[in-house]
Design a protein around this ligand. Structure first.
Ligand SMILES: C[S@@+](CC[C@H](N)C(=O)[O-])C[C@H]1O[C@@H](n2cnc3c(N)ncnc32)[C@H](O)[C@@H]1O
Length: 226
């Protein structure tokens, strides 16, 4: 049953006025009710190729597919892709809340403000490549360990306190990437490794292909909070 609205006497009304929300409380409430600040999300090595489906047709090479999809799903967040490869014509159809920086991981991160990023994510990118980008199929060539450490160091600088670095990688390189994370300041207790499910480890063209080429490989999602 609906409660009947109470009739207030003038004395009660006067009392209610007195106990009305104070100015400062009102301001505090307004502040809390304000929409949260835009989250800034960076995708390292996002161009590569992602797979998608248009109707029943499978497309294996859709550049920056993940960044496109997330930027559309979260229009209030800002997405920044960093990749040595160019997005090409896709630059013209990218969502408005997505920027693409054509640069190396380290140089691209260098363009961002310190302590400004909420999340930096990488799949089959950070940990595999050296400073001289030699092509997507030339991973683990050159100074890739040293470069990974330099990129992680910069990523740490760019993350806000409480910000997260999320890295999808395989069992062969997880230990060296973990060491890099610790050496640049991430606390070991803030680093977690999660085994990817079968479905997760098939979500991109690269994960699927790498598995075919490296028998027995296991994929992990490594997360490190600043
Ligand atoms: C194997 S692909 C992975 C692409 C995507 N993340 C995925 O899982 O489908 C690696 C990506 O990293 C980029 N990349 C590799 N080394 C790089 C570097 N040093 N600086 C910038 N981008 C790099 C490549 O251009 C490519 O887009």
């Amino acid at each position: 049953m609906k409660p009947k609205p109470r009739k207030l006497s003038s004395a009660m009304l006067a009392k209610r006025k007195k106990t009305d929300v104070s100015e400062s409380r009102l301001n505090a409430i307004k502040k809390m009710a304000k929409p949260r600040k835009k989250r800034v999300i960076v995708h390292l090595g996002n161009v590569g190729s992602g797979k998608t489906k248009v109707g029943t047709i499978k497309i294996n090479h859709f550049p920056a597919q993940k960044t496109f999809a997330y930027a559309k799903k979260f229009p209030n967040f800002k997405f920044i892709g960093i990749d040595a490869l160019h997005l090409g014509l896709y630059m013209q159809i990218k969502p408005k809340n997505m920027n693409q920086i054509k640069a190396g991981f380290k140089g691209g991160l260098g363009k961002l403000k310190d302590n400004s990023v909420d999340l930096i994510s990488s799949e089959m990118a950070l940990g595999y490549y050296g400073s001289k980008f030699k092509g997507v199929n030339k991973s683990q060539k050159g100074n890739y360990r040293e470069y990974t450490k330099k990129v992680t160091e910069r990523a740490y600088k760019k993350l806000k306190s409480g910000g997260k670095l999320l890295i999808a990688l395989d069992s062969d390189i997880i230990a060296s990437v973990f060491d890099s994370l610790v050496s640049v300041g991430f606390k070991p207790e803030n680093i977690k490794a999660k085994l990817m499910t079968k479905k997760e480890s098939q979500r991109t063209y690269w994960l699927e292909n790498y598995k075919k080429e490296h028998q027995g490989i296991i994929f992990y999602q490594l997360s490190a909070v600043k």
